[in-house]
Design a protein around this ligand. Structure first.
Ligand code: HEC
Ligand code: HEC
Length: 245
C-alpha cells in the first residue's frame, strides 16, 4: 500500500486535518446561502450520470478515498468519516460533484477529490459505482437510545416522505439512504442542514426541520441510526474488502 502511505503523509502535511475542530469549522463559516438550486444537475453531475462505469478504475480511484472512508467504505463510528458503502449511486455522484464544485464545504476531503487527484467525470462514475455496490457496515455508530419513542414519532411525521419508511432514501430523487449511517455524522449534517451551513441542502428538508430543538434532533437521528439495515445489504461482522490485499 505505498499509495496509502503517501496519502496519509499528504494528509498530515496538508494539515487539512482529521481533527474534530477542522471538521467543526466546516468551511466558510455557516452563513445561510441560496439553497433553491440544491440540485440543478449541472456540470459534472449530469455528465457522470451518463457514463458507463469501469470497475477496475473504480477500485484504483477508491484507494485514495479509503485513507479516510476505509477500504470497506464503512467510515468511522465516531462520525468523523461517513459510511459510503451502499449509498445510492446518484447521491454519491451529486455529493462528490458538489464537493468538487465547492457547493458543499468539505475542506478535509477537497484536495483529494479534485480532478488532478483522481480524474474527470469518468473517475466520478467509476468510483461511485464501485462504492454503491460495497456491502454495508454491520456495526454503525448509534446514539444513546434514551428517547426512541419521540424519535420514531418525529421520523414518521417529518422524514418518511423523502427518506422513506426505513431510511432507504430514493435513488432517482437524490434523497440519501440514511439507514445504517453513523449517528454522529448524521447529527452533524442534520444540524448543518437545519442551520443553513450545508449549502447544497434540499430547501424542503430545511423547512421541514426548522422547528427542531437539539433534543428533537438527537432523538430522531438516534432512531434512524437503529433502523436495521436489510440483511441483503449488510456485510458479515469482520468482513474485509477482498479487492485490496
Ligand atoms: C482526508 C479524508 C478524506 C478523503 C481522502 C476522502 N474523503 Fe470523502 N469525506 C471526508 C469527510 C470528513 C466527509 C464528511 C464531511 C462532512 O462532515 O461534511 C466526507 C464525505 C464524503 C461524501 C459525502 C457522503 C454523504 O453521505 O453525503 C462522499 C460522497 C465522499 N466523501 C466521497 C469520497 C470519495 C469518492 C473519495 C475519494 C476520491 C473521498 N471521499 C476521499 C473525508 C475524506
Ligand atoms: C423534502 C425532502 C426531505 C425531508 C422531508 C427530509 N430530508 Fe433529509 N435530506 C433530503 C435530501 C435531498 C438530502 C441531501 C441534500 C443534499 O444533496 O445535500 C438530505 C440529507 C439528510 C441527511 C444527511 C445525509 C448524508 O449522507 O449526508 C440526514 C442525516 C437527513 N437528511 C435526515 C433527515 C431526517 C432525520 C429528516 C426528518 C426529521 C429529514 N432528513 C427530512 C431530503 C429530505
Amino acid at each position: 500500500m505505498k499509495k496509502l502511505t503517501a496519502i496519509a503523509a499528504a494528509i498530515t502535511i496538508f494539515g487539512a486535518g482529521l481533527s474534530a475542530s477542522a471538521l467543526a469549522a466546516g468551511g466558510h463559516g455557516g452563513q445561510v446561502t441560496d439553497v433553491k438550486d440544491w440540485n440543478t444537475g449541472e456540470g459534472e453531475q449530469s455528465v457522470a450520470m451518463t457514463l458507463t462505469p469501469d470497475r477496475e478504475n473504480g477500485i484504483e480511484v477508491y484507494e485514495v478515498c479509503s485513507a479516510c472512508h476505509l477500504l470497506e467504505g464503512w467510515g468511522m463510528t465516531n462520525g468523523t468519516f461517513p459510511q459510503l458503502a451502499g449509498q445510492h449511486k446518484n447521491v454519491l455522484i451529486k455529493q462528490l460533484a458538489d464537493i468538487r464544485a465547492l457547493n458543499r464545504d468539505n475542506p478535509t476531503m477537497y484536495p483529494f477529490a479534485l480532478p488532478e487527484s483522481i480524474g474527470d467525470e469518468q473517475a466520478i462514475a467509476d468510483v461511485t459505482d464501485y462504492i454503491a455496490k460495497l456491502p454495508m457496515n454491520p456495526e454503525n455508530g448509534k446514539g444513546k437510545g434514551d428517547n426512541l419513542a419521540l424519535g420514531e414519532q418525529l421520523y414518521k411525521d417529518n422524514c418518511v416522505q423523502c427518506h422513506a419508511d426505513n431510511g432507504e432514501g430514493n435513488q432517482e430523487k437524490f434523497y440519501p439512504k440514511i439507514v445504517g449511517q453513523h449517528y454522529a455524522y448524521m447529527l452533524r449534517q442534520f444540524e448543518w442542514i437545519r442551520d443553513g451551513k450545508r449549502r447544497n441542502a434540499n430547501p424542503d428538508m430545511v423547512k421541514q426541520i426548522a422547528g427542531f430543538s437539539d433534543a428533537d434532533m438527537a432523538a430522531v437521528i438516534d432512531y434512524v441510526s437503529r433502523i436495521p439495515v436489510p440483511a441483503k445489504d449488510v456485510a458479515p461482522i469482520g468482513w474485509q474488502n477482498p479487492d485490496y490485499n
